[in-house]
Design a binder for this molecule. Structure first.
Ligand code: NAD
Length: 483
């Protein structure tokens, strides 16, 4: 198979020779073969990209000064260019991180253009100025301004959708961006850069420099960045928050999770299974908001354990490019080792393995079978720590109050769900779950509403008007009292 290789980096509106000769090689998690490579960004490339973004932002007639409608025209062209590459974007994500292709087509091929249009429309329809009659006789004119040059750092698990949770609002608001994709998923980011170039984004508005954590840390601390938007692990988020705290630099952090699906005693299991799969095992278990703790009432515990076990063991595992595959490989052998370590821990701490736990018999690839543990409580390591693989824990509860207390007994607070035949009852309980987002009888992030976490799941919000406000600062003009 031919590989996808790039020799230059995209910043300042064109392709540039990289500062170093180091390269990032990408391996397919399904075949374990090298599928492409790009230049590894160096600190010199970040300096050049940040200075291009700074120049573009500070230009008095530039991007930030344009009317939202003018920016929307460019972003519409960007959306169209992305759509014409949607199939290839999905394919590249799938061959890099193992995301099943049908999911990559939705999340990675489709969602970026949706987000560009959504945030462009929000900007166009936002009031220019909020004029408030003052208490002291004058008038306060309150407006929102683009926050400046944004350093955006994204992980490998849903690389394009997560990139556009940041890019779409930042660009619509009038910010310029330096994006650092994760090393595992660079080929989709370079295709996105090609789309930006074809769409005619003004020079320096979007800049892409791939690299690892050291390069990310360099970007976060760069003196010419005005805001950091990060998605990734809690550990990295903490380090980034420390740097931003020291520099008094605004930061949005979307971090890890250990969310709970609360199954109430009247849940209709038959009609819930498809949505339950999406809420618990999507993307091979590698999504931050997955509901990896399933809480089941003791009165129906065995039935629910059996249903989840049957669900997990029925999922087709294999080549993620095959449209019928439900579970692809994990992103790397390191990630598989990590997940297998948790499976061993689950067993050694006495949880009962009801299905999975091993590797499927496939010729190659970093696969782990969908795995379910029962007969454990919320103190087990596998119930407390984020595994980031297809491993579920089914935990019993006695009544709703105890279910809520188990759901809330977590260092994380990102997602969650409540399942019941009675939507009102489920919704009442959902409102008490201490988490940024909770679904009823399903879980999915709707673009109109804020998404993000509390506790160790991070701070700040993406999506919705709140996700746009994250890339704006407030500005007040005090008009004097009329004579
Ligand atoms: P990671 O934190 O190791 O890496 C994520 C990105 O940050 C990569 O681009 C990496 O190069 C960069 N990075 C790492 N350390 C850095 C540092 N100190 N300074 C600057 N940049 C740094 O995370 P990962 O293991 O690759 O991704 C999985 C994690 O991401 C999981 O914990 C998952 O829950 C989380 N995640 C969260 C969300 C969300 O929206 N809350 C979404 C997806 C993934």
């Amino acid at each position: 198979m031919s590989t996808i290789d790039y020799s230059e980096l995209y910043y300042g509106g064109t392709w540039h020779q990289p500062a170093s000769s180091n390269r990032i090689e990408v391996r397919s998690p399904a075949t374990e073969e090298i599928i492409g490579s790009v230049p590894a960004g160096a600190s010199g490339d970040i300096d050049s990209a940040v200075s291009a973004a700074r120049l573009a932002f500070d230009d008095p007639n530039g991007w930030a000064s344009w009317h939202p409608k003018q920016r929307a025209e460019v972003l519409e062209r960007f959306a169209t260019e992305l759509e014409s590459r949607a199939a290839e974007t999905a394919r590249r994500v799938t061959i890099q991180n193992g995301m099943p292709i049908w999911l990559a087509e939705q999340f990675e091929g489709g969602f970026p253009a949706v987000l560009l249009r959504y945030f462009s429309d929000l900007m166009i329809n936002a009031a220019d100025v909020d004029s408030r009659p003052g208490m002291l006789g004058g008038t306060a004119l309150v407006s929102r301004h683009p926050v400046g040059v944004v350093g955006a750092i994204v992980p490998w698990n849903v690389p394009q959708a997560i990139t556009f949770l940041k890019l779409a609002p930042a660009l619509a608001a009038g910010c310029t961006v330096v994006l650092k994709p994760a090393e595992e998923t660079v080929l989709d980011a370079f295709l996105m850069a090609e789309a930006a170039l074809a769409a005619g984004l003004p020079d320096g508005v979007l800049n892409v420099v791939p690299g690892g954590r050291e390069l990310g840390a360099y970007l976060v601390a760069h003196p010419d960045i005005d805001k950091v938007s990060f998605t990734g692990s809690t550990a990295a988020g903490r380090t980034i928050a420390e740097t931003c705290g020291r520099m008094l630099r605004p930061v949005t952090l979307e971090l890890g999770g250990k969310s709970a699906a609360i199954m109430l005693d009247d849940v209709d299991l038959n009609s819930s299974m498809e949505s339950l799969f999406a809420a618990t095992l999507l993307n091979n278990g590698q999504i931050c908001w997955l509901n990896t703790r399933v809480l089941a009432p003791r009165t129906r515990y065995d039935e629910i354990v059996d249903a989840i076990t049957a669900l997990a063991s029925s999922l087709e595992i294999g080549d993620p490019l095959n449209p019928s595959t439900k579970i692809g490989p994990l992103v790397s052998s390191r990630q598989r080792d990590r997940v297998e370590g948790y499976i061993a821990k689950g067993k050694s701490e006495g949880a009962r393995l009801t299905t999975g736990g091993g590797r499927p018999s496939l010729a190659s690839g970093w696969f782990v079978e969908p795995t379910v543990f029962a007969d454990l409580d919320n103190t087990a390591t596998i119930a407390r720590e984020e595994i980031f693989g297809p491993v579920l824990s089914v935990i019993p509860f006695d009544d709703e109050a105890q279910a809520l207390s188990i759901a809330n007994d977590s260092e994380y607070g990102l997602g969650g769900s409540v399942w019941s035949a009675d939507v009102e009852r489920a919704s009442a309980l959902a409102s008490k779950v201490r988490s940024g987002t909770v679904g009823v009888n399903h879980y999915s992030n709707d673009p109109v509403a804020p998404f993000g976490g509390i506790k160790n799941s991070g701070m700040g919000r993406e999506l919705g008007p709140e996700g746009l406000h994250a890339f704006q600062h407030l500005h007040t003009v005090y008009l004097p009292p009329a004579n």
